[in-house]
Design a protein around this ligand. Structure first.
Ligand SMILES: C[S@@+](CC[C@H](N)C(=O)[O-])C[C@H]1O[C@@H](n2cnc3c(N)ncnc32)[C@H](O)[C@@H]1O
Length: 256
């Protein structure tokens, strides 16, 4: 991906914030349990910054666990949708490369499906700056479970049509890509979960990925119409089970 197409894709979500909020999957309770276990502290009462918060899907879960959470989001469209969905949580405009947050103030810094939009050579030092000693940086992505045949076939169709897969779905994400500075001691967990949704929700979910949003409505509509036919042949009752492995990477900010 070139630098300009990376930037265009990072901003593409703003044009589809309502679609995103209505159709993207959330994350399972077991993910939050794993974050607490690996960090060695509870989210309840913790000071948390959720970065690249989007429409608030990840922030809502942290808030419901009792975290004292502030959201950071660069895009106006996503932030406007966030304010409609979660008016009780503060969202500030900013991004992971220059966090609008004070030094050593957070117990957790979370990036749900958003770390890959940062420049990690800048986002890593920023994360270490705002975390308290012993605080945890948690990054996670919903990725398609690899052994589910219909998801693998769909992944191949997307790659054929667009020349690549959806960026957040790369389950082989390496420590080196995530942290080129080598300053993070990352631990990894996978959490399997699934949801059963109507085919149209699934299509609106995949259509809210940047790879489709930057391609334009016509090409996207044509791909999704064809995809709908594949899915209705495979699932005549019109329901699909999306099966996800959430890839969680977590590092704690070493005490001085
Ligand atoms: C795929 S959405 C994830 C939203 C939310 N965390 C969730 O779990 O649904 C990615 C978000 O990252 C934001 N983003 C783009 N560039 C960013 C950056 N440099 N730092 C932090 N977030 C960024 C986008 O505006 C978008 O809202």
């Amino acid at each position: 991906m070139t630098v300009s197409s990376h930037a265009a894709r990072a901003h593409s979500f703003n044009s589809a914030a309502a679609q995103y909020a209505a159709n993207r999957p959330s994350y399972p309770a077991a993910l939050l349990d794993a974050i607490e276990e690996l960090a060695g502290r509870r989210l309840a009462g913790a000071r948390v910054a959720d970065v690249g918060a989007g429409t608030g899907i990840s922030t809502a879960l942290l808030h419901a666990r009792g975290a004292d959470v502030v959201a950071v989001e660069p895009g106006e469209g996503m932030a406007a949708q966030f304010r409609r969905v979660l008016p009780e949580v503060t969202v500030v405009r900013g991004d992971g490369n220059h966090l609008p947050l004070a030094d050593a103030t957070f117990d957790f810094l979370t990036y749900a499906q958003s770390w890959h939009w940062t420049d990690p050579s800048r986002a890593v030092p920023e994360a270490l700056r705002v975390l308290r000693p012993g605080g945890a940086l948690a990054l996670w992505w919903n990725t398609d479970a690899p052994e589910v045949p219909w998801l693998a076939e769909q992944g191949r169709r997307i790659e054929r049509a667009f020349g690549e897969g959806v960026p957040a779905a790369d389950r082989n994400v390496s420590d080196r890509t995530v942290d080129p500075t080598g300053r993070l001691d990352l631990v990894r967990r996978e959490v399997r979960w699934s949801r059963r949704v109507p085919v149209d929700t699934h299509l609106a979910n995949i259509g809210s990925h940047s790879i489709f949003l930057v391609r334009g409505e016509e090409a996207t509509a044509a791909f999704l119409a064809e995809e709908r036919e594949h899915l209705m042949r495979a699932f005549p009752d019109g329901l699909v089970e999306e099966v996800y492995d959430v890839i969680l990477l977590l590092a704690t900010n070493a005490r001085p």
